[in-house]
Design a protein around this ligand. Structure first.
Ligand code: ADP
Ligand code: MG
Length: 339
């Protein structure tokens, strides 16, 4: 008898969960990204006990068709890409078709969703990867995902979780950044009944900056904008008087996705040059738009890392844009003002 066999789907999902679902904030990230991809204009996130007892994300987006409900929870099932060429022009936040089956494999999940066919909502319950209910439900258009008892069936992972405050910190940080990335979406974040963030969804990014960092920070921000043939750049960055002790105040958004990029950070800091005290960093929200073909987001399962195909040009653009703003505000002596 052959010794090698293909793993059953449940086991494969649990293994994938090890990569995709590192901690409660990874679940929040995947569910909220799905809500953004669904075209939602309001996204409510409710957390209990740092996400270990409950993570609930409710959106008013396009919803999941009743006949697609179970498929959405299958491995590699996605509505976002279908051919390999799609992989090189990704316009959505998700595309791997891994999040839902992975999350459902390591929690007790309830999904209620209704698409625009009104009244045809469906309620699906999955516990540790096994479907325990699939029935008609009554719900408005949108999707309501509740994830309870995360890692209840993977004790090793559960043991590795940090304090409620630490897990909540990661969740809150992520929601703050996504709200900054999407000022047109009204977000709320609640933990154990208290509201930690509420944004209005008006599209005004300064309003979101005020909600996340406070009104005095919002008042110390300078707008910048520039573009070249490949990139559209906009954002806000703090006057050199307002600095922070680390780079965590820098949020980089690429085609709607919050990412981390050493190259972008370097270009930004280069623009300030000697204006910042040593080991101090600006508060910045920097948004880049580009043709998805210029970007590789398929670097890591978390999709937090990307590769730019024209990184050198991008650095030049960012440095130029931020320097122009600092010059206009007379922080950098400009040639035209005789500096
Ligand atoms: P991916 O986002 O990579 O496609 P997921 O496992 O996160 O994979 O989701 C699978 C599919 O389920 C999505 O492609 C989408 O069609 C559907 N889906 C998930 N969440 C939502 C949501 N909040 N609203 C509408 N559709 C959703
Ligand atoms: Mg997804």
């Amino acid at each position: 008898m052959s010794k090698i066999k293909v793993l059953d789907e449940q086991l494969a999902n649990q293994i994938a969960a090890g990569e995709v679902v590192e901690r409660p904030s990874s679940v929040v990230k995947e569910l909220v990204e799905n809500a953004v991809d669904a075209g939602s204009t309001t996204i409510d996130v409710t957390i209990e006990e740092g996400g270990l007892s409950l993570i609930r994300v409710t959106d008013n987006g396009g919803g999941i068709e009743a006949s697609d409900m179970q498929t959405a929870f299958q491995r590699h099932a996605t509505s976002k890409i279908s051919t390999s060429s799609d992989l090189f022009r990704i316009a959505s936040l998700g595309f791997r078709g891994e999040a839902l089956p992975s999350i459902a494999a390591v929690s007790r999940l309830t999904c209620v969703s209704a698409d625009s066919n009104g009244g045809l909502a469906r309620r699906l319950v999955i516990e540790g990867g096994h479907i325990t209910a699939d029935e008609p439900a009554n719900a408005p258009q949108g999707t309501d995902m509740s994830v309870r008892d995360l890692f209840y069936n993977t004790p090793a992972r559960l043991k590795y979780m940090k304090s409620i405050q630490t897990e909540l910190g990661h969740i809150s940080d992520y929601i703050n950044r996504l709200a900054l990335a999407h000022p047109g979406i009204a977000f709320t974040l609640k933990h154990n009944g208290s509201t930690l963030l509420r944004t209005m969804g008006t599209g005004d990014r300064l309003q979101v900056i005020a909600a996340v960092y406070g009104t005095s920070a919002a008042k110390a921000m300078l707008a910048f904008t520039d573009s070249d043939s490949d990139y559209e750049l906009t954002g806000y960055t703090s006057k050199p008087e307002l600095t922070r002790a680390n780079r965590n105040g820098i949020t980089v958004v690429v085609n709607g996705r919050y990412i981390r990029s050493h190259a972008v950070n370097q270009a930004l800091l280069q623009a300030y040059h000697t204006l910042l005290p040593i080991n101090r960093f600006p508060l910045t929200i920097l948004e880049l738009g580009m043709h998805p073909g210029l970007l590789d987001v398929n670097v890591h399962p978390s999709k937090m890392e990307v590769r730019f195909s024209k990184e050198a040009e991008l650095r030049v653009l960012i440095e130029r844009a931020v320097k122009a703003t600092l010059t206009a505000q007379r922080y950098i002596p400009g040639a035209s003002t005789g500096g």
